[in-house]
Design a protein around this ligand. Sequence first.
Ligand code: NDP
Ligand code: HSE
Length: 437
Amino acid sequence: MRVALLGCGTVGSEVVRLLHSQSADLAARIGARLEIAGIAVRRIGRDRGELPVDPAVFTADPFDLVKRDDIDVVVECVGGIEPARSWLVEALRAGKSVVTANKALLAEDGGALHDAAAQGGGDLYYEAAVAGAIPLLRPLRESLHGDRVTQVTGIVNGTTNFILSAMDTTGAGFAEALAEATDLGYAEADPTADVEGFDAAAKAAILASLAFHTRVGAADVHREGITEVTAADVASAKAMGCTIKLLCIAARGTAADGRETVSVRVHPAMIPLSHPLASVGDAFNAVFVEAEAAGQLMFYGPGAGGAPTASAVLGDVVAVSRNRLAGVRAASESAYADLPVRPMGEALTRYHISLDVTDRPGVLAAVAGVFAEHGVSIATVRQGAAGSGVAGRDEDADLVIVTHVAPDAALAATVQALRGLDAVRSVASVLRVEGSA
Ligand code: NDP
Ligand code: HSE
């Protein structure tokens, strides 16, 4: 089984190592030996340390490699939209099987890849694209096809989880923690993709597409990153017995006209320390899948890094290779449900709002009035509590309000109106709250 590897960086180099170290077992499992026929990279002369591969297989021409007639499987570990899309469409149309870790491309234009695979008759597998080593997509695309998935909730970006965990546990600064995550090989080539939530949004789109049998793209996902999460937010969460995580939430819902919908969002949120996701630290990922018959399933493991991701890539290589030898292909994309995507404003969420207000009679009533005007019910109010953010000055008070569930648009409008209130000196922080009643 002749394999063309595109990219030999953090993930690709570990694919080469794992394929070499496991070669006898892989051959036994597949029924044929895997051979790396070519590796396409950007800089042929780059020092890649000790790699168990003939240097002659390196090329700087990925197109030439994917077009070769002797290639059975193309493994893409480069990333980005173009030229990766053109390489993979070319390979798939020519009947080759493709294994890719490229979530950005799948979320941007997965349809083009699925269509090309259907046209060429090869397989398109991408387990490594979401949650690193965790077997998550195969259960969604195979094991749970007898059930009805209702919600997928999780931590799907290792870099941001590493940063938030460090800020929470060691008090590390944002930039320092990001630099460490980059050194450890967790971050994307441009870490903006991680910290601004693009990477998690791409993964959320892939998960929602598989869970709800509907094509969901990156543009359908409401996305907020963690760049605005401050040390004060982290302290405020702690004071509430919570921690802050970048969550991905994809759920079925019902529109006002009774039609079934899906909503997909990625944003930082406070969750109680008792919540199972609260203890997911470092670059680990964890995903809850809720299905009508199965109930709640939890998937947990390393969400980023070269070796864990290579494990998922190689698992796919074994699967597509077996299919090729058997002359079959996996079930094609399941997008029959074609559910409409609900706007974020209609999502039901809860907010934790810290306000710096003037401490005089009537202020609490004025603030409460703004919530009432927008139909938002207040669950709890605390004033000037130690660690809640700004310590109350003589003439100021620190007000922390947690709401009941309300449409996100109503909550956002409430915050906007609070900013215009005379008694409110500043809105110190606004965070969504998930995971408790
Ligand atoms: P790296 O930046 O470490 O490696 C990218 C590789 O692609 C390098 O070998 C680079 O060549 C090569 N490359 C870049 N542009 C071109 C080009 N135009 N033509 C040929 N080769 C090119 O990235 P990662 O290994 O971290 O990520 C690869 C993919 O895996 C991405 O899609 C990423 O999102 C995904 N992924 C990454 C995970 C991780 O933890 N790192 C986890 C899950 C998925 P050269 O070496 O010469 O520079
Ligand atoms: N940059 C990604 C992350 C890699 O940090 O999760 C794994 O997909």
